[in-house]
Design a protein around this ligand. Structure first.
Ligand code: PRP
Ligand code: MN
Ligand code: MG
Length: 199
């Protein structure tokens, strides 16, 4: 079997570029949720108002792990799992939450962490869900954003902000959490899969 790297046509974002950008995003989040930042004013010193950072499994697992280690505030970490593909290969456009949060987010500031925003269906579904649970603000932090593919415009909640690592052209990207048929998530960079690997 060929090395995994041989399946990649080109690298879009290197390990070093990702690491640098993750540091910048974590700094922005730290600043915005810092109790000393009156502009943000989102966090009081009590642990009950510490933000809940929610990774969307599976894709966000590496980004979440790297991001939270660079956020210099007390935070909680949780996961949700959303499925939009069922048994088919085309998105149904109606994602279902197959594994819900463990933490009660009522009255909490939530930061949803995604590897990529594509059509927006996953986030739209999750934001609606978290809003109905009474989150006091909902922010989104995504490593990659493909605005050219958007079908649904999601609205942030309360003072929530949109944090984006990189805008991504419409390539089929894998690595750093992103998969093709559950493979390639463990690549340390984001790359474009050779067409012969999926055709
Ligand atoms: C991918 C990706 C996002 C979502 C984005 O997840 O990780 O969660 O699709 O697409 P959308 O904006 O069109 O909803 P996927 O459903 O492939 O599950 P995975 O994270 O387990 O790979
Ligand atoms: Mn996902
Ligand atoms: Mg996937």
């Amino acid at each position: 079997m060929a090395a995994m790297e041989d399946h990649i046509q080109m690298i879009l974002f290197t390990e070093q570029q990702i690491s640098q950008r993750v540091s910048e995003l974590a700094s922005q989040i730290t600043l915005n949720f810092s109790p000393t930042n009156n502009g943000g004013a989102l966090l009081s010193p009590s642990s009950s108002s510490a933000p809940v950072v929610v990774g969307v499994a599976t894709g966000a697992f590496l980004f979440l792990a790297d991001l939270v280690r660079k956020i210099k505030l007390p935070i909680s970490v949780d996961f949700v799992r959303v499925e939009s593909y069922g048994s088919g290969t085309v998105s149904s456009g109606k994602p279902k939450i197959s594994c819900d949060l463990k933490i009660d987010v009522t009255g909490k500031h939530v930061i949803l962490v995604e590897d990529i925003v594509d059509t927006g269906n996953t986030l739209s579904c999750l934001i609606g869900h978290l809003k109905s649970k009474g989150a006091s603000s909902i922010s989104v932090c995504t490593l990659l954003d493909k605005p050219s593919r958007r079908k649904v415009n999601f609205e942030l909640v309360g003072e929530g902000k949109f944090y984006r690592g990189f805008e991504c052209a419409d390539y089929f990207v894998v690595g750093y959490g992103l998969d093709f048929a559950e493979l390639y998530r463990n690549l340390p960079y984001v790359g474009v899969l050779k067409p012969e690997m999926y055709s």
